[in-house]
Design a binder for this molecule. Structure first.
Ligand SMILES: [Zn+2]
Length: 531
């Protein structure tokens, strides 16, 4: 008898129940606190062999940032995951501290992934899921209420290019290391009557095949699953009787950024029109599961697409061929080439709580406005050349996983350079005055001497599309915009000075030039990697 009791006691941890979140136990009216989340995740990790739990860094306030790797067999490193030859899916949420619903979806999904016999658990034979349920715990835990930004008040979903905020920078490094096939970033937004909304990369610098993979593959599949469960899903953000509009196209935003590094970048937004967030969290969870299922069902084609997009990016750079959309209008969209049907709130309804199945009208038109308008292109070079003092710009490139090299001896090169015809400043993000250049329409072709130590950034690398976006001086997220090269920019009266140095590379005098030059044709150079 005593022996039986003892065995029972020893066995207890193995037969213990999987935990629930406090969001679940309080009926979707309050969210799971940060430390309770850690207890919950550690409890699950102690009961499964398909979940690896670790921290990828710390916030400014010292909170540990969790991530989990789910797979069968269990793996813990990018090398192991890539050797499984399966789609690698990044799921993250809560980069905006007050946007909490999809974080709860992920926490519930984590338990299901770890529970034998569930559908998500079975899908782990075909995909690897890397989950970071809470990127911004400082904003989440802020008092008296959660904040959009982190503890410095910074919106980290605008920090993907700059990478200055501890939490986002650490998450970006995780992405550099894993290079996932797909990433879903979970937010709260979108519109009634939908329970979950989505959008893919909308920056035109990304390979359009990645966006098509979402728009004509994953998203219709999500619609089917979500509808079968009694929910509604549609594109982010909102519409009226004339058109349905997409969200911003800036590369500093997660889903756009990921498209530029040849990862399928998806935004989920959970519309917050219900007091009880249980249904919204459930619809979000189903959408995440559907991303897994669609990726499992189409694994070979999806991996081939990403492989091809990455190789093509490298080859375009190695040849110095292609066009870069540099002037992208953030506020202007063109429609996709198709007819759509969606629902909006019935304008006749004037009550408090509209019913998503009754108080709506259906709109049919061809105005799905998700294609950002491009107002200018430039030619893709073989390499960009930066002055050897441009260490802040180089550091930003390196934080983005971009390979930067430098000349080991002086060379003379024929390059293209842009004449600066105007400089103005704009308060945006956390800068009081970002630097915006206006350039002459046609670049100058010139012969220039470059000293040893000058930086060379070749576009023939897997992040070549991002290289071009960060080093073309007219884009909205380049290293000049973010003030890392202000020392070379002519301000005020100096702008019209044709006698001063042209900026950056010494010698020649004349109208000021943008301090990033372009080597248009492939050429072997004496280089070593800049560390
Ligand atoms: Zn958000």
């Amino acid at each position: 008898m005593a022996v039986a009791v003892l065995i029972g006691a020893l066995a207890a941890p193995l037969s213990a129940q999987m935990p629930q979140t406090s969001f679940e136990t309080n009926g979707g009216t309050a969210y799971t606190p940060h430390l309770e989340m850690w207890d919950y995740l550690q409890d699950i990790a102690s009961q499964t062999t398909v979940m690896y739990l670790d921290s990828y860094g710390q916030t400014f306030q010292g909170r540990d940032l969790p991530y989990m790797v789910f797979s069968k067999p269990q793996v813990s490193t990018p090398q192991e995951a890539w050797s499984l030859n399966r789609p690698i899916l990044f799921f993250n949420a809560n980069v905006h501290g007050g946007e909490r619903t999809l974080r709860e979806s992920l926490l519930i999904l984590a338990r299901e992934l770890a529970t034998e016999g569930t559908e998500p658990n079975r899908l782990l034979e075909d995909v690897v899921v890397v989950m970071a349920p809470q990127i911004n715990p400082d904003g989440f835990e802020a008092q008296p209420r959660s904040t959009r930004g982190n503890s410095w008040g910074i919106d980290m979903n605008r920090d993907w290019v700059k990478r200055e905020q501890a939490s986002l920078r650490a998450y970006g490094e995780l992405g550099n290391e894993w290079s996932p096939h797909l990433l879903v970033d979970g937010h709260n937004g979108g519109a009634f009557p939908y329970h979950i909304t989505y959008q893919c990369t909308s920056h035109p610098g990304a390979d359009v095949r990645l966006t098509d993979w979402c728009d004509f593959g994953i998203f219709p599949a999500i619609d089917e699953r979500v509808e079968a469960a009694g929910y509604k899903s549609w594109f982010y953000t909102g519409g009226n009787e004339t058109e349905w509009r997409g969200g911003g196209s800036q590369v500093r935003i997660g889903r756009n950024y990921n498209g530029l590094v040849n990862t399928i970048g998806i935004l989920f937004e959970s519309p917050g029109w219900q007091d009880d967030q249980t249904a919204a969290a459930d619809a979000g969870k189903l959408a995440y599961i559907d991303v897994m299922e669609h990726s499992a069902d189409n694994a070979a084609a999806m991996m081939e697409l990403i492989r091809d997009a990455r190789i093509q990016t490298i080859e375009m750079g190695m040849r110095g061929e292609g066009q870069i959309p540099v002037l992208v209008d953030n506020n202007d969209y063109e429609p996709q080439d198709r007819t759509i049907t969606y629902e909006i709130r019935d304008p006749e309804f004037d009550g408090e709580n509209p019913d998503p199945f009754r108080d709506v009208i259906t709109v049919t038109n061809n105005r799905l406005m998700t294609k950002a308008v491009v107002r200018g292109y430039r030619d893709l070079p073989y390499a960009y050349i930066l002055p050897r003092q441009a260490i802040d710009a180089v550091a930003m490139l390196q934080r983005n996983g971009i390979t930067v090299e430098k000349l080991t001896r002086p060379v003379t090169l024929t390059v293209e350079a842009y004449e600066i015809t105007g400089v103005d400043f704009e308060a945006q993000y956390d800068h009081a005055a970002t630097t915006n250049l206006t350039l002459a329409a046609e670049p100058l072709t010139m012969e220039e001497d470059y000293p040893a130590g000058s930086y060379v950034v070749r576009t023939g690398q897997v992040r070549g599309r991002l290289v071009a976006h960060m080093l073309e001086p007219e884009t909205e997220d380049n290293v000049i915009t973010w003030n890392t090269m202000d020392a070379w920019i002519p301000f005020g009266e100096v702008l019209g000075d044709t006698e001063g140095p042209r900026g950056g590379f010494g010698g020649n005098q004349g109208p000021p030039l943008a301090p990033i030059h372009k080597l248009m044709t492939p050429l072997p150079l004496p280089l070593q990697v800049a560390r």
